[in-house]
Design a protein around this ligand. Structure first.
Ligand code: NAI
Length: 258
């Protein structure tokens, strides 16, 4: 492990969406610890700058780019800046996502809220892959990891859009994985359980009761840490995972096996 260019990802470049917070920030740091240069792409300028500062604090190289994953021009521009800054693209972690505002049964679900969630959580992953894939292929291959969820494995009551988007990310991951498996580009997904991040803080309201409720759904008896997802993402990109293709890796303390 080293952020000084001496790790297993020395000379490699990783692009992380949603890298300004939570799981994305932990992944940016994990890539940097392995020696990769990291591009943090997020709509939060303040969060971007904080992740940049943290990566540089490890002695790593990073670039922060303001980028809305639903905007194709912004995605393209962010990737162009990546190649301008670091010369190549090896890994992408398509992780930017949002949670629903509240639980609402399907027939009452607001169409605008449906569109907002599908747009960021599913179409955003497609747009990122669309523009990342040619760059990764250009330099001979690499790996992409997309963020799904436990909601990509099981249905979540009152959450039709989030559940559909996260199931969709797994389908999209499998289809794209088949498209590029023979070209040394491996595409996989991660399905986190309840992870202690700003998103989860909003979801639980940050109250002891809210936290106890989600912890009660975790057989392991606690929430996961962003670093526990980041470790899987780095592993999926590493030489240890060269036969992993189109897999949706569940990292959830047992939440979805009950
Ligand atoms: P978070 O809210 O802490 O971080 C998400 C980041 O995505 C934020 O920095 C936000 O600014 C960024 N973002 C939102 N919309 C964006 C857009 N249009 N373009 C670019 N960036 C955008 O959330 P967290 O918990 O780190 O979640 C990361 C991913 O993990 C999400 O896809 C989420 O759905 C998924 N996930 C999270 C779980 C959890 O328990 N925290 C569980 C399962 C999945």
């Amino acid at each position: 492990m080293a952020a000084n260019g001496m790790g297993t990802f020395a000379g490699k470049v990783a692009f992380v969406t949603g890298g300004a917070s939570g799981i994305g920030r932990a992944a940016a740091l994990a890539f940097a610890r392995e020696g990769a240069s990291v591009v943090v792409a997020d709509v939060s300028e303040q969060g971007n700058q904080e992740t940049l500062r943290l990566v540089e604090g490890l002695g790593g190289r990073a670039l922060a780019v303001l980028c809305d994953v639903t905007n194709a021009a912004e995605v393209k521009a962010a990737l162009t800046k990546t190649v301008e800054a670091f010369g190549r693209l090896d890994f992408a972690f398509n992780n930017a996502g949002i949670e629903p505002r509240k639980a609402v049964p399907t027939a009452d679900y607001d169409e605008e809220e449906w569109n907002r969630i599908i747009d960021i959580n599913l179409r955003g992953v497609f747009l990122c892959m669309k523009h990342e894939i040619p760059l990764i292929l250009k330099q001979g291959g690499g790996a992409i990891v997309n963020t799904s969820s436990g909601a990509g494995i099981i249905g979540i009551k009152g959450s039709p859009a989030y559940t559909a988007a996260k199931h969709g990310v797994i389908g999209l991951t499998k289809a794209a994985a088949l498209d590029y498996a023979a070209q040394n580009l491996r595409i996989n997904a991660v399905c986190p359980g309840y992870i202690e991040t700003p998103m989860m803080h909003r979801f639980t309201g940050g109250t002891p009761e809210g936290r106890a409720k989600v912890i009660g759904e975790e057989p392991i008896g606690r929430m996961g840490k962003p670093e526990e997802i980041a470790a899987a993402v780095v592993w999926l990109c590493s030489a240890a995972a060269t036969f992993m293709v189109g897999h949706a890796m569940v990292i959830d303390g047992g939440q979805t096996i009950q």
